[in-house]
Design a protein around this ligand. Structure first.
Ligand code: ADP
Ligand code: ZN
Ligand code: ZN
Length: 672
């Protein structure tokens, strides 16, 4: 009988691979077993290569025969790269999203560490300091003071607080004062924002108030800078971290408060691979850490409003704009049968002229970039399509390019119709570039600024455009949803929404919610006390109940009607969903795989879970692959997740799995 000391010590390792299992290794030679702790990184042999895995634990018995065990190659850490709390969070996330733990753990690490690099500060290229603004704490108005007081009372325990307040109502000021208090107690705070590049003012205010205690963590940073921010948070030299989605995984040993700004924003959901919601993970993290989490928004998601109404979240409300006007009134412009000049009605043009004459600025919102979304042959009806997607190519006029907005494909515009050789090609419909050109003709003496992904691609160009608006050099702004985020335009007195109808007809169940959020957010960028704003919305559906509710009674009233519709359809938050998506190069393989998956699910499908499909995706072909999806829906979460737990790990065993690529999306943002 072997003595206990000769029993091989087995290392159980999570390896980043799309597999629902951990892998066993022997300890690397010459290493002190007592030094091993879960969360440490190990370089291990895997298949024909090597991977960086995370140690989950040490076992005395292996899952495979001892003869097949290989030794791990190298221990990479002296202290765990993932502390116990982060390991717990990742375990929870892997279970909740039914995603392989190894991939989840890899997501939680900065790139340098994921690749096996040392856990020490990278030499910084000089990092550009973020601009600071002089900013001193304001004396809070009574509503702000009440909100701050509630947050303060919640410090030290788990509580979700929904801070609902229109743009400019002073939410950021409340965050800042709450965070200052947390820092004064020797604790740390995590602030999540949708996109850092779009919110320079927000970061500048934090920088001014917190100085060197602030670290930024977002995808715009070089890998070395990102690692340094991660280390600063881990060591505690950064008391506050502001970051985008993946910053939810920043190690914060003294976490005292989490803030999620613009909590309704869709960019908190990762849309590929490990499809997590950073907002929902942050809430889970706050619960684990026993700290409050503040969700801020002028237009809270229907989920959060529902949770506030049911008492799960505490509602903190700011109804007044700090030192500013009431929310601007909204009007519909019925464009049915009206002449439209590149999407602009005469009524809207007249309103713009009136506001410009009175010294105001105008902000026009159109959620479509480029010149025209369709290029059509007038002679034979040919349409310029993407060769890899079921989609039209968008014409980008100034750049002389046709672009697919779905796969990124690009080509020169056809000089003549490839089908009938006619040169009579028509650019149909409007994007921001075309509307800008029309406005230039209508208002030849007025400065224009177009703000969309095309005009802001180059570093510094967004700042320059914003500066033109703030200095008054540009007096008409035209742009996409980038305009809805972060910025304030105090001299804007007119907001025009060129087309509200897209959100009313989409197959996506969240489209009306997004439309209402966008309109409300764009409207909120305008006006201040001395210059109250007006909002004009062009529509072909002036009777539409949701649109009318929004216009007449505001976002909250809209949300109530929309929530009622969701209740009837058992859509979130009145139901829970998971979508299994598949795509394949061979036309039928994705569908075939999903049919097999559906058959497997039906073997154990409880009555409380409904299974729909498989059906082709709304855009069936994208980037050269054919796509299909299967929807699982349930009024309650438990039976759905119980089914997923059994079902998902079996999917790789289905006969056609090799010919299709699949991914599971729990709590999908859309069904596209
Ligand atoms: P939000 O985050 O809701 O958009 P902010 O906190 O950015 O609102 O406040 C809007 C503007 O009002 C900012 O310029 C801010 O400095 C100012 N402000 C905020 N709170 C107060 C206050 N209590 N007194 C005076 N000004 C304030
Ligand atoms: Zn033709
Ligand atoms: Zn394409």
């Amino acid at each position: 009988m072997p003595s206990s000391s000769s029993i091989p010590r087995i290392l159980r390792v999570a390896v980043p691979a799309p597999l629902f299992q951990s892998f066993d290794y022997l300890a690397p030679s010459g290493i002190d077993l007592s030094a091993l702790q879960p969360g440490m990184r190990l370089r291990v042999p895997f298949g024909r290569g090597k991977r960086v895995g995370i140690l989950l634990g040490v076992a005395s018995q292996a899952d495979i025969s001892a003869a097949r065990l290989k030794p791990a190659l190298e221990l990479l850490d002296e202290t765990p790269a993932l502390a116990p709390d982060m390991l717990d969070l990742c375990r929870w996330a892997a279970e909740y999203y039914h995603h392989p733990l190894g991939e989840v753990l890899a997501t939680a690490l900065p790139t340098r560490l994921r690749e096996g690099g040392p856990m020490q500060a990278a030499r910084s290229r000089k990092t550009k300091p973020t601009p600071t603004e002089s900013s001193t704490a304001h004396t809070l108005n009574p509503e702000q003071a009440a909100a701050l007081d509630q947050i303060r009372q919640a410090l030290g325990r788990f509580q979700v607080q929904l801070l609902e307040g229109v743009t400019g109502s002073g939410k950021t000021e409340v965050y800042l004062q709450a965070i200052t208090e947390v820092v004064a107690r020797g604790q740390q705070a995590l602030v999540l924002v949708p996109e850092i590049g779009l919110t320079p003012q927000f970061v500048a205010r934090f920088r001014a108030r917190l100085g060197a205690q602030l670290a930024l963590a977002h995808s715009g940073l070089a890998d070395g800078e990102r690692l340094n921010a991660w280390l600063a948070a881990r060591e505690g030299s950064a008391a506050v971290v502001i970051g985008t989605r993946s910053a939810v995984f920043t190690p914060l040993p003294k976490l005292g408060l989490i803030v999620i700004d613009e909590e309704h924003d869709g960019s908190y959901k990762q849309q590929e691979g490990f499809r997590y919601s950073a907002r929902d993970l942050a809430i889970r993290r706050a619960q684990q850490a026993g700290v409050p989490v503040v969700l801020g928004s002028a237009t809270p998601s229907l989920e959060s409003l529902h949770n506030a109404a049911s008492g799960r979240y505490q509602l903190l409300h700011l109804s007044q704009r700090a030192g500013a006007a009431e929310h601007p009134p909204m009007h519909l412009i019925d464009v049915r049968g009206q002449y439209l000049r590149e999407g602009l009605s005469n009524a809207l043009i007249a309103h713009i002229r009136r506001h410009l004459d009175a010294g105001g600025q105008a902000l026009l919102f159109l959620n479509r970039r480029g010149f025209a979304p369709t290029l059509l042959c007038h002679s034979c009806g040919w349409v310029a399509g993407c060769k890899r997607c079921d989609a039209h190519m968008t014409l980008h006029h100034a750049q002389r390019k046709m672009r697919c907005h779905h796969c990124g494909a690009e080509r020169a515009p056809e000089p003549a119709c490839p089908s009938c050789k006619s040169s009579d090609l028509l650019a149909m419909g409007q994007g921001t570039e075309r509307v800008e050109q029309a406005l230039q003709e209508i208002f030849p003496d007025v400065g224009l600024a177009r703000i969309d992904r095309d005009t802001t691609r180059r570093k510094g160009s967004l700042d320059r455009l914003l500066e033109e608006v703030h200095s008054g050099q540009a007096r008409i702004l035209i742009g996409t949803q980038m305009l809805a985020k972060g910025h304030d335009f105090p001299d804007v007195t007119l907001v025009g929404v060129l087309n509200a109808d897209g959100g009313l007809f989409s197959v996506d169940f969240r489209a009306p919610e997004r439309m209402a959020q966008l309109i409300t957010q764009v409207a909120g960028r305008a006006g201040r006390a001395s210059r109250p704003g007006q909002v004009y919305i062009q529509t072909h559906q002036p009777q539409h109940p949701l649109l009318n509710q929004l216009i007449r009674a505001g976002y909250r009233a809209f949300a109530e009607v929309a929530l009622q519709e969701r209740r009837e359809a058992a859509y979130p938050p009145h139901g829970h969903m998971a979508v299994l998506r598949a795509e394949s190069v061979q036309p039928a393989a994705a569908m075939k795989f999903l049919e097999e998956a559906a058959a497997l699910a039906r073997e154990t499908l409880p009555d409380s879970v409904e299974l729909w499909g498989p059906v082709p995706a709304p855009m069936e072909r994208r980037a050269g692959r054919v796509r299909a999806q299967l929807l699982l829906q349930s009024r309650t979460r438990k039976p759905l997740h119980a089914l997923l737990r059994e079902w998902v790990p079996q999917l790789d065993g289905l006969p056609t799995t090799r010919r299709a690529r699949w991914s599971l999306d729990v709590d999908p943002q859309d069904l596209m």
